[in-house]
Design a protein around this ligand. Structure first.
Ligand SMILES: Nc1ncnc2c1ncn2[C@@H]1O[C@H](COP(=O)(O)OP(=O)(O)OP(=O)(O)O)[C@@H](O)[C@H]1O
Length: 599
């Protein structure tokens, strides 16, 4: 400019430029632009937030209302204003800014699930119901992505088959899940109206289940309440159950948490349960205290020398002769030799790692037909707990329905005894042949004579159409653990020591103090031994027990036992161990047996 002031340019041209510049600056539009600019600068400092992101649609709704509403001058003026194209454009611009929607608009994506071939992103729409979706999510620690951790079988997500375990969630109802934590995502779904729309990238782990477990049932051998389980990944998705419940396992994909439905509650919706492997580990960490009590251990070389005692009073009761109630073979379970024997077995079992974890046992449905024989009922429990007493009460309560097997012996028949009523009197040779042929469930020797329970005697009772009650040491359950006998095993458990003291004050039992066969009242040590033995029996054989009955009050225990047996007999479907039918565990169980040892 300064250089030009010394130039020879004529004055009239400069005046003309000046006037042009002046008139342009005085232009009303430019003045307005300056004002807008100043206002915007002021607004910017206050970081304004839009009150309403959909002003354009609100204005058109208002326009419709006003048209219906009336004829006043104010309404007419307002209508003219909101219907102007400039005003409408202004509101649209406002909404775009408010929504920060600066990207070009893409064509709408159809509502139905469809796959984008380029980046394999899927849009999935799930109908929102009162039921939870039945899925859990987690954050992939390495990528920070939100992925579907589990799909609960039978839930709406599972039924839709649109969303699967391992899928990565990108958006929920148009809201990006980037940098969000799983707990922030649930409210997004909760507040959505109608369908929930997910943008997902399908995971690679959507292959079929490794095994067909459509019909895989187990009986739970423990109580489970997720409320008390700090390790459960999602309490809401878990399933509580009780010992003895039949569970249909629907997914074993995860080695730690299986999915199962409980047949008792009749729901198809699966919940998480600890896998056999996990529960086995947990049990191993909580071995019963009794297993760790220091004891003096001697190998019981005299274990088979069991004493025999006659028990006349049972025969005399209500005129019913109950031969099987004679304590011939379980005898000495409370003898010192037998106690040592149990302790010895306990320690050797531990040493050989044969203690079974009470987790689950595979079962199959059994439909009893009228022509089928009754199941054998096996009562087990520590010596003196009351199995004989319960057996006696059952037979007396219904002698046509319940029966006991007549024992076998090699001793001479006494004058008043009847063959096949008091005993089956057989030769030593026959008895030993039967032992070799595994016909004898349990036997002992007393004063040089054999006494034992022969399977033929059990068959005879069953053939009469009666429920045969057998009372054996739990280690002998294996002899009848087959489809032929279909044993229903009841474990009779002592109550707490305080209750034992109270209830057994007048009770007498046959003890084997150095083979004197004395009858005496229970001592404090007997109670402790009974409780210890019960604990050991449960830990060693608990997986074989169908029912556990605590014998505190005898009348209550008897009522419970009778009601349970009746319920079992009347049940349309009875669940029996799969191994009775398939000599080896089914394919499914085998395929997961690497997880832990088969019980
Ligand atoms: N709940 C109970 N309350 C009081 N007395 C009981 C109860 N249960 C059993 N008894 C009594 O305890 C004694 C031992 O019971 P029982 O003979 O039935 O034991 P058991 O389990 O068969 O042991 P074993 O086979 O070693 O004799 C008996 O006198 C019986 O009447």
């Amino acid at each position: 400019m300064e250089q030009s002031s010394f130039s020879s340019e004529p004055l009239s041209d400069r005046e003309e430029d000046y006037r042009f510049l002046h008139s342009m600056l005085m232009e009303k539009k430019l003045q307005l632009l300056f004002k807008i600019h100043e206002q915007l600068r002021r607004f910017e400092k206050r970081s304004p937030v839009a009150v309403q992101k959909h002003a354009a649609s609100l204005a058109s709704e208002m326009e419709e209302e006003l048209l219906v509403q009336g004829n006043s001058d104010e309404v007419k003026e307002l209508l003219v204003l909101v219907s102007k194209p400039t005003f409408k454009s202004l509101l649209r611009v406002h909404d775009t800014v408010a929504q920060r929607n600066f990207e070009p608009t893409l064509p709408p994506i159809p509502d139905d699930a469809m796959e984008d071939e380029e980046d394999s992103v899927k849009i999935v729409s799930l109908v929102k119901t009162k039921e939870p979706l039945g899925a859990t999510i987690k954050m992939d620690k390495s990528t920070g992505a939100i992925v579907v951790a589990r799909i609960m079988r039978g839930g709406s997500a599972d039924k839709s088959d649109l969303i699967h375990e391992g899928d990565e969630l990108k958006e929920v109802n148009g809201v990006s899940l980037k940098h969000r934590k799983p707990k922030e995502i649930l409210p997004l779904m909760a507040c959505s109206q109608g369908d929930i729309k997910f943008k997902i990238i399908p995971g690679s782990s959507n292959e079929d289940m490794p095994f067909n477990i459509k019909k895989f049932f187990v009986r739970a051998l423990f109580d489970y309440d997720p409320v008390d389980d700090p390790a459960i990944p999602c309490k809401d998705a878990a399933l509580a159950f009780k010992r003895g419940d039949i569970l249909r396992v629907v997914s074993m994909k995860d080695n730690t948490w299986w999915q199962a439905c409980c047949l008792e509650n009749g729901s198809d919706r699966a919940g998480l349960i600890p896998s056999k492997q996990l529960q086995g580990r947990r049990v191993a960490l909580q071995r019963p205290k009794a297993l760790f009590k220091p004891r003096l251990i001697k190998t019981p070389d005299d274990e088979k020398e069991f004493p025999v005692t006659e028990d006349e009073d049972y025969g005399a009761i209500s005129g019913i002769h109950i031969a099987g109630l004679r304590r011939s073979f379980r005898l000495g379970r409370k003898s010192s030799a037998a106690m040592k024997g149990v302790r010895f077995r306990r320690w050797s079992a531990e040493a050989h790692g044969t203690i079974c974890s009470p987790t689950y046992i595979e079962v199959i449905p059994y439909h009893k037909e009228p022509k089928h024989r009754h199941r054998l009922v096996v009562l087990v429990g520590p010596g003196g707990v009351g199995t004989t007493e319960l057996k006696r009460r059952l037979v007396i309560s219904d002698p046509d329905h319940y029966g006991t097997s007549v024992p076998y012996t090699t001793r001479e028949k006494r004058k008043q005894e009847r063959e096949g009523v008091d005993y089956h009197f057989v030769s030593v040779q026959k008895f030993e042949e039967d032992i070799l042929n595994q016909r004898i469930v349990e036997y002992g020797q007393y004063k040089g004579h054999y006494y034992g329970t022969n399977l033929d005697a059990v068959h005879r009772v069953m053939a009469e159409g009666k429920v045969c009650l057998l009372d054996v040491h739990p280690s002998k359950i294996g002899c009848v653990y087959s489809f032929e006998f279909k044993p229903y095993v009841v474990f009779v458990k002592p109550p707490r020591i305080e209750e034992l003291r109270l209830t057994r004050r007048r009770a007498k039992f046959v003890c084997d103090e150095e083979n004197t066969n004395q009858v005496r009242i229970f001592s404090e040590e007997d109670f402790e031994d009974m409780i210890d033995l019960a604990e050991i029996m449960e830990s060693l054989y608990g997986h074989l027990f169908d029912k556990v009955i605590v014998n505190g009050d005898i009348a209550a225990a008897f009522r419970t036992l009778k009601a349970d047996l009746e319920k079992m007999e009347e049940a349309e479907v009875q669940w029996v161990p799969a191994e009775w039918i398939c000599s080896t565990p089914t394919k499914v169980w085998r395929s997961c047996s690497h997880l832990t040892s088969w019980i």
